[in-house]
Write a protein that binds this ligand. Sequence first.
Ligand code: C2E
Ligand code: CA
Ligand code: CA
Ligand code: CA
Length: 279
Amino acid sequence: SKSGGRNRYTFFAPEMQHEALKERAVEQELRLAIERNELCLHYQPLLNAKHGKVIGAEVLVRWPHPQRGLIPPFEFIPIAEKTGLISLLDDWVLETAIKQVKTWLKQDIPAVTLSVNISANRLNQKDFAQFVQEKIKSYHIPPDFLCIEITEQNMIENLDNVQSTLCHLQQLGIKIALDDFGTGYSSLSYLKRLPVDKLKIDRTFVMEMHEDPQDRAIIKTILELGHGLGIWVNAEGVENEIQIGMLRELGVDEFQGFYFSRPLPREEFEEKYLAQLIA
Ligand code: C2E
Ligand code: CA
Ligand code: CA
Ligand code: CA
């Protein structure tokens, strides 16, 4: 993106010309940041399309860097995926989200379900379901306050593993969302084989739906497919009222997008969205 471009050039010392060296440097710094608890989460509200109230939030990781400001995920997630550090990051995000739900429940703040992005990397590790189960148990939160968002990227080789991991999690009461739906090569077979509670229509379809009948046709089909299977359907990347009107008419269950809110720091999310649930 344009705004992120500038950072990319100032991110590294000029002598680190080599891509591999840059990645190594980011990896080391990111590892420290995770271990020192220096990452933070932003919360983007998920709204019920019928009554407009907040019913959850997607947690999105940010890296507040003393010299470089708030580093967006596209600057470090791909490197974390390449180096394997993503598993440590995913676990940190997951535990932090569970801890946050626990804090809300303890403080009598109305808690909402938090959706956490889990990489294919982490999802494919055998201990993942056990890890989640232990965290849910040790923080003692109702499991349906947690939703795991997965994408079909890189998952293909180990679909059996992923299937049993997700079934385990769903049986515990944790929700499963299939993210960026419709962008991969095998969306339908994932839908057939994996236990899915929620579909998230990729924002590339939503982006131009108000001027592109083909995008509308695709969204309509995804909704029929999802609803036919009894699955809740989210539309992300909602930016204007025309989209909202069309999506409502097509029967979308849940909205997410800049029109309603950007991802917010915790305090702001609590003030703007959770406080109104008390009334
Ligand atoms: P994603 O999972 O598809 O997350 C949604 C992204 O869309 C977020 O970008 C969000 O800020 C952006 N977005 C939301 N509404 C709108 C809108 O109306 N218009 C536009 N143009 N964009 C919108 P963000 O936070 O930069 O995250 C980018 C990606 O980085 C995420 O895509 C996800 O794949 C990854 N990511 C973020 N946090 C985590 C994390 O904690 N763990 C992992 N593994 N990946 C993460
Ligand atoms: Ca997501
Ligand atoms: Ca998405
Ligand atoms: Ca994505």
